[in-house]
Write a protein that binds this ligand. Sequence first.
Ligand SMILES: C[C@H](O)[C@H](O)[C@H]1CNC2=NC(N)=NC(=O)C2=N1
Length: 101
Amino acid sequence: MAERLSAEARKSALVELPGWSETAGREAIARTFTFKDFNEAFGFMSRAALVAEKNDHHPEWKNVYKTVEVVLATHDAGGVTRRDIDLAKAMNAIAGQLGVA
Ligand SMILES: C[C@H](O)[C@H](O)[C@H]1CNC2=NC(N)=NC(=O)C2=N1
């Protein structure tokens, strides 16, 4: 089972996660992605969903038209773990391939 990261470890992990930040009032990380249109936003979600399913680690997310708000935390650990960092990195890579840095 993945271990919760310390505040320090979370902060240093975020250095390598452009666009991501800690959420207020909850041990989690979040990013809002804005794509060209709904088609690209949904394409991002489709690809990210496959990664999440493969890793058995799932996002909390909301899609409104071309934006996707993502919150990541490890429910079993009650905070942020490496699994969240790894999924955030994968999401940034997928968004990058869609032209969203
Ligand atoms: C049974 C299943 O492996 C667990 O419920 C997985 C599913 N996906 C998950 N996703 C997230 N974000 N946190 C979890 O603790 C988690 N646990």
